[in-house]
Design a protein around this ligand. Structure first.
Ligand code: PMP
Ligand code: GLN
Length: 384
């Protein structure tokens, strides 16, 4: 469709996201959809009942711009429990309409024309366009293949006087890698030396395997003075359609983020916030998540053990990378389409998350699915 001549695209390179494309292709061809990351099992009935309860109670009007006090207080208590410090619920926590909104608000608060933001490729798709929309420049730095850990030497050498922000994501979408304690130490040194701000996307904080610890910026006092950490209730409580998240940042940083948030969405769905505030008070509602998803991960790999796809290590998230180089030398975008249309399983190609479209013959499969779905998908994949 031609763009009217008065409208010049601010994002000329951007099309419809790969998640939307692959989910649509899966639907058209009746394929099992392991592409876009969302669970195919129900959420907890208690949570649904809490939302219904608050709706019936009449709590259906605007929430406070920064989030309901109940939810911010529950979030502060949860952070205290997990990371050992208590953010100020009034001044340092802002509830947003999903992590996507929080990411955008942080980037818009920090980045101005000509400012540089370091982005580690393969990167979640919303970061670079949000930087570009502010007139900023995303500086893409590849993670090290095949482990997908940051290369701190390359990161350090990419800093310039215009560097304002480093955007990090652990556990990492799309690769399933996770930071080690040393990565946080390296980050700390970097931000202190170069006066950088940090945007830390931690939406998969609870999805971490084999007894590892999630490396949160909130766990290190020196980093958190410079950092905004973003979380998603959609990811944590299997309710991606709720679009509820939050951002934790020091008071002055939060004040700037809130200025953007108040004109982006103003506030977030009230009954959902009140329900989440209650639900968070029981740590068992989130503490079981690593085991819950580890079981799904291990089952998926077990089911694929005789297939010609080769799994890469998965330390976190609900995504498993499979290397198909032993099967085909098609480009990954073509392979993902072929797999969906001809073989009935949809996955996400990894090259689309690289600015230079690096192709390592990798596809991402979401294992946040019922056992039956994983069995059916694995059966099809094993025939290839
Ligand atoms: N960051 C990452 C790494 C993601 O995978 C996602 C997708 N859930 C988001 C942010 C966005 O989260 P939300 O759905 O809460 O907007
Ligand atoms: N985060 C989800 C994924 O990685 C997709 C979210 C979206 O569709 N924008 O699959």
């Amino acid at each position: 469709m031609p763009v009217p001549h008065l409208l010049q695209s601010k994002l000329p390179q951007v099309g419809t996201t790969i998640f939307t494309q692959m989910s649509a292709l899966a639907a058209t061809h009746g394929a099992i959809n392991l592409s876009q990351g969302f669970p195919d099992f129900p959420i907890d009935d208690d949570l649904i009942e809490r939302v219904a309860y608050y709706m019936r109670l009449g709590r259906n009007q605007y929430a406070p711009m920064t989030g309901t006090p109940q939810l911010r207080t529950s979030i502060a208590a949860k952070i205290e429990r997990i990371y050992g410090y208590t953010p100020d619920a009034e001044k340092e926590i802002t509830v947003t309409s999903g992590a996507t909104e929080a990411l955008y608000a942080v980037i818009a608060a920090v980045i101005g024309p000509g400012d540089e933001a370091l982005v580690l490729d393969p990167a979640y798709d919303s970061y670079a366009p949000a930087v570009a929309l502010q007139g900023g420049k995303p500086i893409h730095i590849p993670l090290q293949y095949p482990g997908f850990r940051p290369d701190w030497n390359v990161i350090r050498s990419s800093i310039t006087p215009r560097s304002r922000l480093i955007i990090i994501n652990t556990p990492h979408n799309p690769t399933g890698s996770a930071w080690q304690p040393d990565d946080l130490l390296q980050l700390e040194e970097l931000v202190l030396q170069h006066k950088l701000l940090v945007l830390s996307d931690e939406v998969y904080q609870h999805l971490i395997y084999d007894g590892q610890q999630h490396q949160s910026v909130l766990s290190r006092p020196e980093i958190r003075k410079h950092a905004a950490a973003v979380f998603s209730f959609g990811k944590t409580f299997h309710a991606t359609g709720w679009k509820a998240g939050y951002v934790v940042a020091p008071e002055a940083f939060s004040a700037e983020i809130r200025k953007v948030h108040q004109y982006l969405t103003f506030s977030t769905h009230t009954p959902t916030q009140l329900a989440l505030a209650d639900y968070l008070q029981k740590p068992e509602n989130y503490e079981h998540l690593p085991q819950f998803y580890q079981k799904k991960h291990d089952l998926f790999l077990e089911l694929l053990k005789d297939s010609r796809f080769k799994p890469l290590p998965c330390n976190g998230t609900y995504f498993q990378l499979l290397d198909y180089s032993g099967i085909s030398n098609k480009p990954d975008v073509e392979m993902a389409r072929w797999l969906t249309v001809e073989k009935g399983v949809a996955a996400i190609p990894i090259s689309v998350f690289y600015v230079d479209k690096q192709d390592h013959c990798l596809l991402r499969f979401c294992f946040a699915k019922q056992e039956e779905t994983l069995r059916k998908a694995a059966e099809l994949l094993c025939k290839i």
